[in-house]
Design a binder for this molecule. Structure first.
Ligand SMILES: Cc1cc2nc3c(=O)[nH]c(=O)nc-3n(C[C@H](O)[C@H](O)[C@H](O)COP(=O)(O)OP(=O)(O)OC[C@H]3O[C@@H](n4cnc5c(N)ncnc54)[C@H](O)[C@@H]3O)c2cc1C
Ligand SMILES: NC(=O)c1ccc[n+]([C@@H]2O[C@H](COP(=O)([O-])OP(=O)(O)OC[C@H]3O[C@@H](n4cnc5c(N)ncnc54)[C@H](OP(=O)(O)O)[C@@H]3O)[C@@H](O)[C@H]2O)c1
Length: 514
């Protein structure tokens, strides 16, 4: 019986490298890698050894005969990826499936006498931790790992939705490096506040910034900052208990909430705001936030996509999981005839096809929502103005033919993130990233970037693995070519760097021991 990869796949390809028969694709280096929602196991080649399931950091790989409920679909989804690409479909004379794939490539070659470098990594999110993993497992570098917060994990801890525990579990895989003998964890140190980029460079051979993209993008329309208008970054931080966001930051006294944006973050927020609070009880949702969710008046969440269902940014596994839930009900607003046409014409592999079984309804947005909790998907609808006096009463939307006011007392803007400048590093304002070449920061020898501050705010957890590999590769190339030439004097003992950071550390009542 073969294995199959399911909804929570993080695409980091940990499974690919342990598979003895090369039956998991797309693999790093293959054209599709990074462009599919999940990786897929070829059921005809899989030898049922389970190595992939052991290696998966998010428990996404399961034996096909253990798939239950909505996950059963994934046996067919995995097989379908190969059916479309099977030699039978491509060639008249079929050969065994795995012959069409290339062998894995191992391209890094470090001399055995390569001396230990002292590297600082700033940021403990996925990008920082994949970087740390690469440095510790594949080089003899000594690493100082820094974060401004007292709890490590970045968006794994404070972004990933609390009802996705298996995704959050990847934090445990990363945490095993916190105690590594060649790593020192320094929490509560913010670069730009407690220490500077120049100071860090003085104390290390190289510094890698993995600081993410924590700001919310702006809409730039009238009324955007009116009370009742929230960013998804605030709501997500709130239900994840982020120390920067108090428990009273989100008021759920409105019966209808409009969410602008059609990405996975918009789906996360819609799901949590309409969830049965009992299902969140044994999760990481803080008790005071859970109490607010229990007292919530929200019955309807409308998700506004400015384009059609064929262009939605959410991934198919996330929408499939939402559509398969018994409650809340998921409904499609059929105000625009293009929506039905697109859904009805969608091929079975298309995202829009997933909407086919959902009820369609022409919603009256002026009145109150019905009695049952539900999520409405409204496409071809762009926000143009937040309307109200002291707080939002409605969101004006512009569609193909007319303007519609959606009576919603709360609006969540889930239109993506933006990086913020790190003092002392160059910054490209239009993209909100640090300019770089393969991770090397322009005009700052010995300084590197990785993750969302390097690529911009898109891509799931696993994409940061290949990104980290590229940055570490660039750093090693520079070290071997003697191009680090930062301000650090390599004769300076690493203990000096550690003393420097220990001095800066702010006290935290519940800080984990470093
Ligand atoms: C709400 C949300 C939910 C998501 N859910 C999923 C999911 O379920 N599955 C999935 O595959 N992907 C998910 N993603 C995407 C995934 O989280 C990102 O790909 C990933 O977190 C980016 O990693 P990063 O390390 O670049 O940034 P981050 O995870 O943001 O980490 C940045 C770290 O740097 C620290 N930092 C920032 N500035 C400084 C400074 N000046 N000094 C010191 N430290 C600093 C921060 O405290 C933070 O710990 C989600 C994203 C969001 C926004
Ligand atoms: N696997 C998971 O469970 C998970 C969970 C959360 C996040 N993530 C990942 O994290 C990344 C970030 O997710 P995200 O949801 O923040 O961003 P995203 O995927 O970029 O989606 C942003 C959404 O906002 C819309 N938008 C942007 N500007 C707008 C405007 N001015 N008016 C109206 N709509 C606007 C976009 O529409 P257009 O497409 O028309 O631009 C898009 O629908 C993604 O790669 C995502 O997959 C993964």
């Amino acid at each position: 019986m073969a294995y199959a990869i399911t909804q929570t796949c993080c695409n980091d390809a940990s499974c690919v490298s342990v598979c003895p028969v090369n039956c998991i694709h797309p693999a790093p280096g293959e054209p599709d890698f990074g462009h599919t929602d999940t990786l897929y196991i070829d059921p005809h080649t899989c030898i049922d050894c389970g190595a992939c399931a052991d290696a998966c950091p998010v428990d996404a790989v399961l034996p096909v005969d253990m798939l239950t409920g909505p996950l059963q679909e994934y046996a067919e989804i995995n097989a379908a990826y190969y059916a479309e690409r099977s030699p039978a479909a491509l060639e008249p004379d079929p050969t065994p499936n795995f012959h069409q794939w290339d062998s894995p490539v191992f391209d890094r070659n470090i001399p055995s006498d390569f001396g230990p470098l002292d590297v600082a990594v700033v940021g403990t999110g996925p990008a920082g931790m994949y970087t740390v993993e690469d440095l510790l497992l594949h080089t003899n570098c000594r690493v100082t790992l820094i974060d401004r917060l007292s709890t490590p994990g970045g968006l794994i801890r404070y972004g990933v939705a609390p009802d996705h525990p298996s995704t959050k579990k990847i934090g445990e895989t990363f945490a095993r490096f916190h105690d590594h003998p060649r790593l020192r964890l320094r929490l509560g140190i913010e670069v730009g506040v407690d220490t500077s980029a120049n100071e860090l460079s003085e104390h290390h051979d190289a510094v890698i910034y993995a600081v993410g993209a924590s700001a919310a993008r702006g809409l730039d329309i009238p009324g955007e900052d009116m009370p009742g208008s929230l960013t998804a970054t605030t709501v997500v931080a709130w239900y994840n208990g982020h120390p920067d966001v108090p428990a009273d930051a989100v008021d759920l006294s409105s019966e209808r909430v409009a969410i602008i944006g059609n990405g996975n973050v918009a789906l996360d927020v819609a799901r949590i705001l309409t969830a049965d609070p009992d299902t969140l009880e044994n999760t990481t949702v803080p008790a005071d936030v859970l109490a607010k969710l229990r007292a919530s008046k929200v019955r309807e969440v409308v998700l506004l996509g400015r384009r059609g269902p064929e262009n939605a940014a959410y991934t198919a596994p996330e929408l499939r999981a939402l559509a398969n839930q018994n409650a809340p009900r998921l409904v499609v607003d059929d105000h625009d005839p293009r929506v039905a046409t697109t859904i009805d014409a969608a091929a079975s592999g298309d995202k829009a096809h997933l909407l086919r079984e959902l009820p369609r309804e022409t919603v009256d947005w002026t009145g109150p929502p019905g009695p049952d909790r539900r999520i409405v998907l409204r496409f071809h609808s762009s926000p143009s103005e937040f309307r109200g006096d002291n707080e939002i009463r409605a969101l004006r939307t512009t569609g193909p033919d007319d303007d519609v006011d959606i009576a919603a007392g709360r609006v969540v803007r889930a239109i993506g993130h933006r990086g913020t400048p790190v003092p002392g590093l160059p910054f490209d304002v239009p993209t909100g990233t640090v300019p770089h070449s393969a991770g090397r920061v322009a005009d700052k020898p010995g300084t590197y970037v990785v993750g969302w501050i390097k690529r911009g705010p898109s891509g799931g957890i696993g994409e940061n693995r290949a990104c980290a590999r590229e940055t570490v590769g660039t750093l090693l190339d520079d070290a071997l070519a003697d191009r680090l030439s930062g301000t650090r004097r390599s004769s300076r003992p690493v203990a000096a760097a550690r003393r420097h950071l220990r001095k800066l550390r702010r006290p935290f009542p519940n800080a984990p021991t470093a």
